[in-house]
Design a protein around this ligand. Structure first.
Ligand code: IVH
Length: 676
């Protein structure tokens, strides 16, 4: 395609996306894909200046105002930010700035703060009184959203006495992550459409014709710019303006730090990349601003953005890719989960080739079909998921996907029970279920059998050596030593690891059995209450329900499990193999949540001295060695952690848990998310 044609095509595409994003609050593609198109157009225009013209979308900021809200002319334009996508570009930006200022980049002070994924707002005050609020619009003219902004809980309506002249406070309207979840929960209850992400939800909530509706939405505002139109205030540094904003009652970014020199500035921006999921709001980048306001004046602006600020975009958590097929996988409980087979795409820094589609209803609600272009999302440790299909005009789509009627592994019928959205393979002999059950039984959270990972279990199943967890304990060295990849030595060590697991406390065996609704906490309550499996298996339902922390659902599930023929046989065989199936007495101390586990603590953990942290682990049956090894269960990473321990843990693939989760680890023996 000729450059002129390509530029025209890109402009058309971008205009369509701009309209969807800004005017309808309903983006068609993820921001990262939009950025890629915009970058391509800008590069093309830079290379072929004859293609560039002042009306190009590449020069525009946002979208023109709609007709629903009255237009508001901004006293000073609301500019956008230029983006950089990696550390080298960021360094180059800082060095260009230093050159303009004739200073050394090592001597510049940079404010580094989160780039909140919301929408920009300018709030006008006259003599300290709130008078008007406007969206950014196209940067020159925005929309009057005064009535709606008045209802935002953390926008002060007065700056107090003593403030003279016209002042504008600019910042971001957003929905905190927790508020977004809550809003979507409410939407579900009302059978209303859920919002795709906090930004869309915030935009949709702000641009309501009825301010009562806005008021019912949990919007927040964070201030990051003070525009002093009459020159009645005087500040030397950006941080001073933030201090003023905070003293007027505005929320400002608590994570903002001023760093001296490019290296520390870059390190701080990396900190944001690492901690983006720990913040209360969703961020799509880091904003770096020159702190010295006089220096900002010297640096000035380009047509769309200031030279004194830059946005470092973080790896996008949403991308589009092609959906090759939809398949179904069978879990250990027999649950059949549909998943997407994708053309591999890099999302949040790692390659994603598969993503979950949750269940039949989700596939139908999202209406994704093989061959579609789809939006894939991967945030933090969360399993990648398909968010939606992208509408491609004029393209013929496949038929809507329908859930298979038979299990892809055993061929038995799949069933949907009652009102649940999940579909199950109910054949207890299904090989896929057996595989998942045995993997779970041997996993860290359960019997923690080293050397028994997914591949090994699959191999043992395929060789017909096992078909149930109990079979593991009857394996002999001579059965294993002739298998591919397993010599005499590893066979011996695998058998010895399995033998060791026989001593596991009942609570861990209960976790390993994967009884529905029984997690580590319930398993421990049950094991402590009955001490032996024998007693638990014969307990009447009332006795199960009477245990603290065990509700009727868990009690019912355990009661039923203990009376199923398959599980009676399994437990009898486990007993025959010599498993302890009992819970050691622990007197009045805390539960043995970490029995036999080595937990290394590095760095300081709030609320615990080094000795106290160690004692807490030991009190729960664990050990707390001073160094990381293959046998380490997990590493708790506090403030200023030891580099050697972290590196070693990373090398050995030992889970690293944030110090914030230490108490949870002590209470439950597990954690909710781990550091990469
Ligand atoms: S400063 C002239 N700081 O990002 C400088 N913007 O892509 C104006 N944004 O329009 C912006 N967090 O809506 C600034 N800490 C932050 C921000 C931020 C989010 C948004 C804002 C802006 C857009 C530019």
């Amino acid at each position: 395609m000729k450059p002129a044609e390509r530029a025209a095509r890109l402009r058309e595409e971008l205009a369509r996306h701009n309209d969807a994003y800004f005017s309808n609050d309903a983006p068609l593609i993820p921001d990262a894909d939009y950025d890629a198109l915009a970058r391509e157009l800008r590069a093309l225009e830079a290379e072929h200046p004859e293609l560039s013209d002042e009306t190009s979308v590449s020069k525009k900021v946002g979208a023109p105002s709609s007709t629903v809200f009255s237009p508001v002319q901004h006293a000073e334009p609301m500019l956008s930010l230029d983006n950089v996508f990696d550390v080298d570009e960021l360094r180059a930006w800082a060095e260009r700035g230093a050159k303009i200022l004739g200073e050394d980049a090592g001597a510049l002070s940079f404010a580094v703060e989160p780039k909140i994924d919301g929408l920009a707002l300018s709030i006008s005050f006259v003599d300290g009184i709130f008078t008007q609020a406007a969206t950014r619009g196209d940067g020159r003219v925005g929309e009057d959203v005064t009535d709606n902004v008045r209802t935002i809980h953390n926008v002060p309506l007065s700056l107090g006495t003593g403030v003279r002249g016209r002042v504008e406070v600019r910042g971001e309207v957003f929905l905190a992550k927790a508020d977004f979840e809550e809003l979507n929960r409410r939407q579900r209850e009302l059978n209303a459409k859920e919002f795709a992400n906090p930004r869309n939800a915030a935009a949709g909530s702000l641009r309501q014709k009825d301010s009562q509706v806005s008021a019912s939405r949990p919007l927040s505002f964070l201030a990051y710019q003070l525009v002093d139109l009459d020159g009645s205030l005087s500040f030397a540094r950006y941080v001073d303006t933030l201090g003023q904003l905070a003293s007027w009652g505005f929320l400002t970014a608590a994570e903002m730090v001023v760093e001296l020199g490019v290296d520390d500035m870059i390190a701080r921006s990396n900190w944001f990349e690492e901690h983006r999921h720990d913040l209360l709001y969703e961020v799509d980048g880091v904003v770096i601003k020159i702190d010295d306001l006089a220096a900002r004046v010297k640096m000035g602006f380009t047509s769309r953005a200031p030279r004194w600020a830059i946005a470092r975009k973080l790896p996008p958590e949403e991308r589009t890719t092609r959906l090759r097929a939809i398949e179904v996988s069978i879990g250990r409980t027999g649950r059949a989960t549909p998943y997407a087979v994708l053309e591999p795409v890099v999302v949040a820094g790692s390659t994603v080739a598969m993503a979950t589609l949750h269940n039949e209803d989700q596939v139908a609600a999202k209406d994704v079909r093989p061959g579609d272009l789809v939006v894939v999302r991967k945030a933090g440790d969360v399993i990648p998921e398909v968010v939606s299909a992208v509408v491609e005009s004029g393209k013929k789509r496949a038929k809507p996907w329908s859930f298979p009627s038979r299990c892809p592994d055993c061929g038995e019928p799949l069933v949907r029970i009652g009102l649940e959205s999940d579909t199950y393979c109910v054949n207890p002999a299904c090989p896929a279920q057996q595989l998942q059950q045995i993997i779970h039984f041997a996993s860290r959270g359960a019997l923690d059998i080293e050397g028994l990972g997914e591949q090994r279990v699959a191999q043992l199943l395929a060789e017909g050596l096992i078909s149930d967890v109990a079979d593991l304990f009857f394996l002999r060295v001579e059965d294993l030593s002739s298998l591919e990849g397993l010599g005499e030595l590893s066979a011996t060590s695998l058998v010895s690891e399995i033998t060791k697991a026989k001593a596991a406390p009942l609570s861990r065996v209960l976790v390993g059995l994967g009884i529905r609704h029984v997690g580590p906490v319930a398993a421990r309550e049950l094991a402590r209450a009955f001490s032996t499996f024998e007693a638990l298996a014969h307990a009447p339902l009332e006795d199960l329900e009477a245990i603290d922390g065990i509700g009727p659902v868990i009690a019912g599930s355990v009661y039923q499990e203990c009376r199923e023929l398959d599980s009676i046989v399994r437990m009898a065989r486990l007993a025959e193999a010599g498993l302890a199936l009992s819970e050691p007495e622990r007197g009045g101390g805390p539960a043995a949540t970490l029995a036999g586990r080595a937990v290394v603590v590095t760095g300081s953990v709030e609320g615990f001295s080094r000795d106290e942290a160690e004692a807490a682990v030991i009190a729960r049956g664990g050990t707390s060695p001073g160094s990381v090894s293959k046998k380490t269960y997990c590493v708790v990473v506090g403030d200023a952690p030891g580099a050697a321990k972290v590196t070693k843990a990373r090398e050995l693939g030992i889970p690293m848990v944030r110090a914030e989760e230490f108490q949870r680890l002590l209470n439950t023996g597990t954690w909710s998310s781990q550091l990469a």
